[in-house]
Design a protein around this ligand. Structure first.
Ligand SMILES: [Zn+2]
Length: 220
């Protein structure tokens, strides 16, 4: 990275970091389509043959859908909260939130389910918002660990609940179709905050709820 070896004051280091963080300009539609043609040729095919002629257009259009999450601000999704909950202060669990995401190392899909739980402080959020939050982070280039952590920390920051737990289970195409080619392998990640981390009974309750759910609904 440029500038890394220079001696700089704290302030100018910050400025440099900020400048480096700035997103590069978005390519034009034509540039994006050209890039797809290049990859088709890289795969070994003729990007001009009939069956592939409209593929660059379709791929760039699909990307708008696959990576919709970049257009959305995750914290905004949780901005509408409810305080009138009649003193409800127990665990809220939304399980089996299906998602599709793209591995940032290989740009191939990984998909699975997320389970999100929190113990409210003084406010709760509409349950569909939890699913939308998963989607916003899933529809970006991701690794499963980061996806899990981002969902948990956003909930923690915005709702300020007494605890947050997120479990993600997914199969990765980069593992099933290339490299070691292990089919049916499921990766599981979890991120815990607050009571889920500090109180083992809370944690146990959550994981046993998920386990029960598994036995009841999963065809495995
Ligand atoms: Zn990968």
């Amino acid at each position: 990275m440029k500038g890394q070896n220079f001696m700089t004051s704290n302030r100018s280091t910050k400025t440099i970091k900020k400048a480096l963080k700035k997103k590069p300009a978005k390519p034009t539609q034509a540039e994006a389509e050209d890039a797809v043609r290049t990859l088709i040729r890289w795969a070994g095919d003729d990007s001009d043959r009939e069956g592939l002629r409209d593929t660059p257009k379709r791929v760039t259009k699909s990307y708008l859908e696959f990576f919709k999450g970049y257009e959305q601000e995750p914290k905004e999704i949780l901005s509408r909260t409810f305080k009138d909950v009649e003193g409800y202060d127990e665990m809220i669990v939304l399980r089996d939130i299906n998602f599709n995401s793209y591995c940032e190392h290989h740009m191939v899909p990984f998909s699975g389910r997320a389970h999100v739980a929190y113990i409210p402080g003084d406010k709760v959020v509409g349950i569909s918002k939890l699913a939308r939050l998963v989607d916003v982070y899933a529809k970006r280039l991701q690794i499963q660990e980061k996806l899990t952590a981002q969902i948990a920390s956003t909930l923690n920051e915005v709702l300020k609940p007494r605890g947050v737990a997120v479990v993600v289970e997914a199969t990765h195409m980069c593992m099933t179709t290339r490299g070691v080619q292990k089919h049916g392998t499921v990766m599981q990640t979890s991120q815990l905050h607050g009571l889920f981390k500090s109180d083992h009974r809370t944690r146990q309750e959550f994981f046993s709820l998920l386990k029960v759910a598994h036995f009841n609904t999963s065809p495995r």
